[in-house]
Design a protein around this ligand. Sequence first.
Ligand code: CU
Length: 125
Amino acid sequence: MAYRALVSLLVVTVLSVSVVLAETVTISMKDRVFIPEKITVKVGDTVRWVNDDTELHQVISGRSPYDPDLGSPMMSGVIMWNASYAFTFTMPGSYRYLCFIHSSPNNPSGANGMVGEIVVQEYQP
Ligand SMILES: [Cu+2]
C-alpha cells in the first residue's frame, strides 16, 4: 500500500515537473520584422507570435516563397493586428518560416523579407 502511494506520488511529481518546464515564448511581429528573428527553444515548448503591427502578417513554414514544403508544419492563416498564433514544437530541428505577404526581397524589412527561424533542441532534464 505504501509502495503504491509512493509510485503515485512519483508519477504526479514527474508530470508536474514536465508541465512546469514547458515554456511559452513570445515573438513580436512589428514593422514587418519578427522580433527576435531567431530563437532557440526545447521540445514541448510553445511559441506564440503576436501581431503588434498595424498591418496583417502570417507565420508560414518555409525557407522561401518557393519552398515545396511551404506551410508545413506551421500555417497560421492571416493574423490580424493584436491577434496571435501559437505552435507547440514536438520534434527537434530547425524551423524556418516567413510571412508570405511580406516575403518579397524588396521588402524594407531586409534582403530576405520577413523571415524567422525557431531552433528546437531535444529536451534534457
Ligand atoms: Cu507580414
